[in-house]
Design a protein around this ligand. Structure first.
Ligand code: V47
Length: 398
């Protein structure tokens, strides 16, 4: 038996063979992933994932000073991605499309803040051309030369290629030339064909999502990866999804971080069908998804907890369950708040420092490529500014 397994105090015998593999650096197989998802020993699972994370990252936890920008919510998939509350048809109430000047105006908030990254995602607009995005990136770079740009999911890249009748590679080359640093990990949802047929019928397939990321990696563009969990998917779907991400990472090494995204059911068709309101996942499930990912994705350097979705409180706990990366300052967020997230939109920089230190970890501010940019910080203010519910109305199930 490898040294150290007793210290994990595993209560579920099914975890023992998996833990032995983890401690000896042997890759987990599908059956191991399923055993991890099946266990009721959440604390044992968490200790194992914390061990894997600490072996890789020590006690460092990365965060970024970022600003999310959503240039449009108009999306041709509005009626077929049943989990999404953000998208609108072009003439639907609440639809918006920002002019470039409006985007630049929103980005001006970065001046009074320590922002180092713009995180830009929107919808599949039927009319916005590639030039809208390249002009946006150039304009942002001119105004904020030191701010990295992480923009456009694989779905948006594939859509632009269709509109322009060019290859996804051409789109990525043009965006890189205009100042793109990296791609966010959205649009992956769950790769299973059956799941996609239910929740995202007309979205690009899992294989196509992988193809866009492979092309980005070949061009030297690093990317993130995600999985949207907590709806109709099974544990087997989740493990298959992780296996596909791991296989691409073996091939290219281009993924920077993996982010499990907790499904939010408010104001979308899927949530209505499921009869859920407020939240679809539990803290237990959220922590499990973090821990399993850290153990299964043995080749992805970082696992990020997305505090706007799971709350700053749970994100802090996730730092002991395998996460070494926390979502950043954000500033303004629409995708999850439209879907019922009750968290605040902005996390002040020093609050992130407090959150990480409070978990017994060492905060490291990073840039978009995970290079450490700051490790010494002023003391955070004595009282945290984040609040349960953040003042947004809490909707209770009937
Ligand atoms: O692909 C949409 C998810 C994603 C809902 O790379 C929903 O650092 C929950 O790309 N409930 C887009 N999730 C967001 C995205 C992202 C987010 C955080 C970090 C990074 C990164 C990228 O948001 C979509 C979808 O999976 N989403 N609707 C919903 N109702």
């Amino acid at each position: 038996m490898p040294e150290g397994i007793e210290a994990l105090r595993l209560r579920d015998p099914a975890l023992h063979p998996v833990a032995e593999k983890v401690l000896s650096g042997v890759r987990l197989e599908t059956a191991d992933g399923l055993a991890l998802y099946a266990t009721r020993d959440l604390l044992g699972l968490g200790r194992l994932a914390d061990h894997a994370n600490t072996r890789r990252n020590g006690d460092r936890v990365f965060f970024s000073a970022n600003q999310h920008i959503n240039p449009t919510n108009v999306c041709v998939l509005r009626n077929t991605c049943t989990f999404c509350s953000f998208a609108r048809m072009p003439r639907e109430g609440g639809a918006y499309t920002r002019s470039l000047e409006e985007v630049f105006h929103e980005a001006e908030q970065a001046r009074g803040m320590p922002t180092r990254e713009f995180h830009i995602v929107g919808g599949l607009h039927p009319k916005l051309r590639l030039s809208y995005y390249t002009d946006m990136l150039r304009g942002l770079k001119e105004r904020h030369p030191d701010v990295h740009i992480k923009a456009l999911t694989a779905v948006e890249i594939a859509h632009l290629a269709r509109i322009e009748r060019c290859s996804e590679r051409d789109v990525l080359v043009a965006l890189k030339g205009a100042g793109l640093t990296s791609l966010p990990g959205g649009g992956a949802e769950v790769f299973s064909t059956a799941v996609r047929a239910t929740i995202a019928e007309r979205k690009l397939t899992g294989e196509e999502w992988i193809r866009v990321h492979r092309t980005a990696h070949e061009l030297g563009i690093r990317t993130n990866c995600t999985m949207l969990y907590g709806h109709v998917e099974t544990a087997a779907d989740r493990v298959d999804h992780l296996a596909m991400l791991r296989a691409l990472q073996d091939e290219t090494g281009g993924f920077l971080t993996y982010i499990p995204l907790a499904y939010h059911p408010d104001h979308n068709e899927l949530g209505e069908e499921m009869g859920r309101i407020g939240t679809a996942t539990t803290g237990y499930e959220d922590l499990k998804n973090v821990a399993v990912a850290r153990l299964f994705l043995d080749n992805v350097p970082h696992v990020k907890t997305h505090w706007p979705m799971v709350t700053p409180f749970l994100s802090q706990i996730a730092l002991g369950f395998g996460c070494d990366d926390v979502e950043g300052t954000v500033v303004y967020e629409r995708v999850y708040h439209e879907a019922g997230a009750h968290t605040q939109m902005h996390m002040p920089y020093l609050e992130l420092v407090r959150l990480i230190r409070g978990a017994g970890k060492r905060p490291v501010e990073r840039d978009s490529l995970y290079r450490a940019v700051r490790e010494e910080f002023d003391d955070p203010p004595p009282e945290p500014t984040f609040r349960r519910g953040a003042g947004l109305p809490v909707v209770h199930a009937a």
